[in-house]
Design a protein around this ligand. Structure first.
Ligand code: GLP
Length: 233
């Protein structure tokens, strides 16, 4: 894994943006996108740039089950707010959390991923090493699934909701197998709360206990981390 150490999230966004820009100049067509606080500075760089995304496709990692796209806590809404309203893409896909039929929703999303092979995937990481919403124990070769969120993830996400009981307990998430098919991956991690997860991702065994450790088997991964996130490497 290629590791870039940065001073803060601003610099992390700039480093990630350099890769996105260079890859777009080289003709990539499909960006895999993530939600959470970690990619926000990258999305700022993208929206402030003169790059044109109107010929690009985006495919997001995950969505909460039970939230409609216009729900302010949904990942559809997050993406619109932080990126798509300012920089529209030709096509932007996010799993349909409002579809209660998990089988249909996840199959439809796998078809989208198959038809739009991801050139560059942006990832954050959960405190427990989850990527997308692939919590510990998720199959390392999985495709899109309905997943139960762990207590630690629900607790971490409570800050975005008025009440803990409003935090959805399930999500549709791209699987680790699908993430691994992306040609290139950038993982962004900032802050001390991510230090254990980053250490397990880079130096631990490849194990379902730390879903991000699967990235050790990917040929082109760049980790962008601040000192705190890198403190246990
Ligand atoms: C959520 C998302 C992940 C994200 C993680 C970390 O669980 N599903 O894709 O990586 O949060 O979020 P943050 O970047 O806010 O720490």
């Amino acid at each position: 894994m290629n590791i870039i150490k940065v001073n803060d999230t601003q610099m992390g966004g700039k480093e990630a943006f350099k890769i996105v820009k260079a890859d777009m100049e080289n003709g990539i067509k499909v960006l895999g996108l993530a939600t959470g606080s970690s990619p926000i500075t990258l999305y700022k760089e993208m929206t402030n740039s003169d790059l044109d995304f109107s010929n690009m496709t985006s495919v997001n990692l995950d969505e909460y089950v039970g939230l409609k796209p216009d729900n302010e806590q949904s990942y559809h809404y997050f993406m619109k707010e932080h990126l798509f309203s300012k920089k529209p893409f030709k096509n932007s896909y996010v799993p349909d959390g409002s579809n209660p039929d998990a089988e249909a929703a996840t199959k439809a999303y796998d078809k989208i991923i198959e038809e739009n092979p991801i050139d560059l995937q942006i990832l954050g990481i959960g405190r427990n090493g989850h990527i997308g919403f692939n919590e510990p124990g998720s199959p390392l070769d999985g495709t899109t699934r309905k997943v139960s969120l762990t207590e630690s993830t629900i607790e971490a996400n409570t800050r975005f909701f008025e009440d803990e009981k409003d935090v959805p307990r399930f999500a549709y998430s791209m699987g680790i197998g699908s993430i691994m098919k992306a040609k290139k991956i950038i993982l962004l991690a900032y802050g001390e709360a991510k230090a254990d997860a980053i250490a397990a991702t880079v130096n631990g065994p490849v194990t379902t206990d730390c879903p991000a450790s699967a990235l050790q088997n990917h040929p082109d991964v760049t980790l962008i981390v601040d000192d705190a996130a890198a403190s246990k490497l």
